[in-house]
Design a protein around this ligand. Structure first.
Ligand SMILES: Nc1ncnc2c1ncn2[C@@H]1O[C@H](COP(=O)(O)OP(=O)(O)O)[C@@H](O)[C@H]1O
Ligand SMILES: [Mg+2]
Length: 260
């Protein structure tokens, strides 16, 4: 059974359409993300993977289709409303606030305490102080987990490429998401770090979170993903295990540039 048709999908994308001028970046893409798994979204350059992430996370508004999170339509919600529902994305190019330290950056992305007003924070109430202390503890633990403790007071701009990739995963983790959308979390890092990032993602899923991953590193995909969805020209071309999609003739064509 196709996961997108299964009622146990945490995220269900159906018939998404989005054109830039005359170009259909998303042309009916449909698939599902089953909880407790790593689903990899792959496809040749220009397939529409980043646009799909932007559409699903509320950064761009598709012209048609549906995105359901736990069965509820989220298309049209703002990014922060989607984050509050437990789906958080990372970016291919780590964005951020260059003047912030690693610690401040992590604190910034900690969960907002529901029901706590800005006046309480301003007045420095005991509850606000406890919240701040808990967030600081979480930021320290996250830095430790990502082995960024030794650079925790450094500015984000001073980090190496690999450290920026780790921080991007850490930022996502700070929101304690049920579903993480990761756009090329291992792009451009050395093979040892790519392997460590793979282990980290497996550990995150073992804790009960779910990951939807865009990645070009096929060795990494093969090692860590439970399910693979292949996109080409804004559509779902194939899905299955890595072994299944590797044998798929249409997938091989798409990667060789044969897909029309
Ligand atoms: N903001 C944009 N304006 C115009 N065209 C875009 C924009 N973003 C993406 N595209 C086009 O949409 C298609 C899908 O791009 P993208 O989602 O970045 O693919 P992928 O991430 O799979 O490489 C490409 O043809 C790309 O050139
Ligand atoms: Mg992309």
């Amino acid at each position: 059974m196709v996961a997108s048709q299964s009622s146990d999908a945490l995220l269900a994308v159906d018939g998404l359409r989005l054109s830039f001028g005359g170009l259909a970046a998303l042309d009916g893409v449909a698939f599902g993300v089953v909880p407790g798994r790593i689903t990899a979204l792959i496809g040749p350059n220009g397939a529409g993977k980043t646009t799909l992430f932007n559409a699903v996370s509320g950064l761009v508004r598709p012209q048609g289709g549906s995105v359901r999170l736990r069965g509820e339509e989220i298309l049209g919600l703002k990014p922060e409303q989607i984050t509050a529902r437990g789906m958080v994305r990372s970016f291919q190019i780590a964005r951020g606030f260059p003047k912030l330290s690693v610690f401040e950056h992590l604190m910034l992305y900690g969960q907002d305490q529901p029901g706590e007003s800005w006046t309480a924070a301003l007045l420095g109430t005991a509850a606000a102080r406890r919240r701040e202390a808990a967030l600081a503890e979480q930021a320290l633990a996250t830095a430790r987990r990502l082995r960024l403790t030794h650079v925790i007071d450094n500015q984000v701009t001073a980090l190496s490429g690999g450290q920026k990739k780790l921080l991007e995963i850490g930022r996502t983790l700070m929101a304690e998401p049920a579903l993480m959308l990761l756009d090329e979390p291992a792009a451009g890092v050395n093979p040892t770090l790519a392997e460590e990032i793979g282990d980290l993602l497996r550990a995150i899923v073992a804790e009960g979170r779910t990951i939807l991953l865009v990645e070009h590193d096929m060795a990494l995909i093969e090692r860590i993903s439970d399910h693979v969805v292949v996109m080409a020209s804004g559509r779902t071309l194939a899905e299955g295990s890595f072994a299944q999609i590797r044998e798929d003739a249409a997938v091989q064509d798409a990667y060789l540039g044969g897909a029309a």
